[in-house]
Design a protein around this ligand. Structure first.
Ligand code: GLN
Length: 543
């Protein structure tokens, strides 16, 4: 790829950006998502963010919903400076109430009728026209509401642009300034025209360009990495064969070639043929400089006798770091003697935007904003102890954007669409004690289940699917003989964001066929069960 001649700046300096200030609503991140789906770049920051501390200028500002009441003591309020900036502002729910409250503290009160769920919104016509926030929409639309407080009065200088039966002030706009407030939540899918409302705001009112595409991002990110790392700098990173680490690795390779070193740790609890496949894909197809550390035996030996899921995860996490560190040392020694490259100074981490959001979102009136936690198994003692700096090229991206980026980089569809696989691998899918025999059973059953899902054309419809091995055994009769053998649990969920999930509704006949094949082909298994638990209360993995 030719060196892009673009200024290597973060996306909020390169794209018209809508800033979403988070007041703690569980839907705030969806505002950012919807805007990005419209190809408008958006970032979320906590509502405590001061304008003076922002080193870029947003094209528009959205104030999100939130669990507080604006008139409560300790309720969060936006920095007044945003209202002097002159860029358009849209308040959503709490955001609307915040706009009204700052005009006068008596403008917002606890309502007598709370509104949760569907409402019919009526856009108000003035001189025959609806407000530009509702441009192109029917005058009446179904919307979704979730509030207990309401506007008691119209703030001075504003007029009403929409009503519902319960809310006289369901939508308001300033008469001369581009300041808007809506009681409804346009970001949730229960408001079918919500995306259009956000588009009207971002594109129509803020004038933001719809140019946020992965094709553009690739060139800019490569330029940014090159500038960060410099002419000689070297980068180290762990890969797992999952989408995020593969995309991050490929991006690094495009940017700095063999000065990026990827390490794959074979922990003995990977899926069937996985290690070989990852090696083939990363090294042979994508040309990434890959080292495989075969440490399966060390992991399996250490797992002996451990029953507790947390202990398993801890052991695997710790061991992973040990093995990785050893490889890193070897690479560093080799790098020290290399003439064309410098020291290893950077550590690649596949942090995604949801992790960033989680660590900065505004969660309580006491504003305990968590510092950025470790994601993706970062060996802290390596970065801190050895002074490695972090490089996180995916930290602005949502999962589906990472997949799109992968496609742009020429990574095969199957890999890009791959279901997530946990770091501790099959070890947490063999419930209870992990032994090589039990790993083998889970691995074979999983392979059959996933192959059959693929053959049935269902793989891309399912968010995550796998087979696990129950710790108990059951009686069966096979070939007229009594057996007392293992139970395989199948799990498959539909989900968009992995925060909530539903069991995938397979046809009975499909599950029957899977069960038959597993029992016939996996020795030691005499029963197969399908897990019907949603998340919550269940988690996607079983341990
Ligand atoms: N807590 C406020 C209310 O109940 C705002 C709710 C919200 O933003 N969803 O009205």
């Amino acid at each position: 790829m030719a060196a892009p001649s673009i200024d290597p700046e973060p996306p909020h300096k390169l794209f018209d950006t809508i800033l979403t200030l988070d007041f703690g609503s569980q839907y705030t991140h969806l505002i950012t998502r919807r805007l990005r789906e419209l190809n408008v770049y958006s970032e979320m920051l906590p509502c405590t963010q001061k304008l003076a501390d922002l080193d870029w200028k947003p094209a528009g500002i959205i104030l999100s919903g939130g669990p507080y009441s604006v008139y409560e003591e300790g309720a969060p309020h936006a920095d007044p400076a945003y209202f002097e900036l002159g860029v358009p502002i849209l308040g959503i729910c709490y955001g609307l109430q915040e706009i009204a409250y700052r005009a006068h503290s008596e403008n917002v009160i606890a309502g007598t009728a709370r509104e949760y769920g569907h409402a019919d919104l009526k856009a108000k016509r003035v001189d025959g026209h609806v407000d530009r926030l509702f441009k192109g929409l029917e005058d009446e639309m179904k919307v979704w509401m979730s509030h207990g407080d309401k506007l008691a009065k119209l703030p001075e200088g504003f007029h009403v642009i929409a009503t519902t039966q319960n809310s006289e002030y369901a939508g308001i706009a300033h008469k001369t300034k581009p300041i808007y407030g809506i009681q409804l939540h346009p970001e949730v899918t229960h408001t079918p025209d919500g995306t259009k409302i956000l588009e009207n705001f971002a594109v129509g009112i803020c004038g933001a360009k719809q140019n946020w595409t992965m094709a553009k991002f690739v060139d800019q990110e490569i330029a940014r990495i090159r500038k960060l790392v410099g002419e000689k700098g070297q980068v180290l990173g762990a890969v797992s064969g999952g989408v995020d680490s593969t995309v991050a690795a490929k991006l690094m390779h495009e940017a700095i070639g063999d000065r990026f070193h990827a390490v794959l740790v074979d922990n003995g609890v990977m899926r069937l043929n996985e290690c070989e496949q990852v090696k083939q894909t990363l090294s042979d197809h994508l040309g990434i400089n890959l080292i495989v550390a075969h440490a399966g035996q060390q992991f399996l030996d250490g797992l002996k006798g451990i029953q507790d899921p947390e202990q398993k995860r801890k052991f695997i996490g710790g061991k992973f770091i040990d093995v990785f560190e050893e490889e890193a040392k070897k690479i560093e020694e080799a790098a020290a003697h290399s003439e064309k490259a410098g020291k290893i100074e950077w550590f690649l981490q596949g942090t995604l935007y949801p992790d960033v959001i989680e660590s900065i979102s505004f969660k309580g009136p006491s504003a305990t904003i968590k510092t950025h936690h470790n994601v993706g198994g970062l060996p802290k003692r390596m970065t801190e102890g050895q002074g490695l700096k972090l490089i996180e090229p995916l930290r602005e991206l949502f999962k589906d954007e990472v997949r799109e980026l992968g496609r742009q980089l020429g990574i095969a569809h199957d890999l890009v669409m791959r279901h997530p696989f946990p770091g501790p691998g099959i070890a947490i899918r063999v419930l209870g004690e992990v032994t090589p025999e039990r790993v083998e059973m889970a691995r074979k059953a999983d392979h059959i289940f996933i192959s059959m899902i693929r053959e049935a054309g269902l793989y891309d419809k399912i968010g995550q699917a796998f087979a696990a091995l129950d710790p108990s055994r059951a009686v069966g009769v096979m070939g007229d003989k009594r057996v007392y053998e293992n139970i395989v649990l199948l799990r498959a969920v539909e989900t968009t964001d992995f925060m909530t999930a539903n069991p995938y509704p397979f046809e009975n006949s499909f599950l029957t066929k899977v069960a038959t094949r597993i029992i016939n082909e996996v020795h030691g298994v005499c029963r197969v069960a399908y897990d019907y638990t949603s998340k919550p209360p269940g988690t996607i993995e079983l341990e």
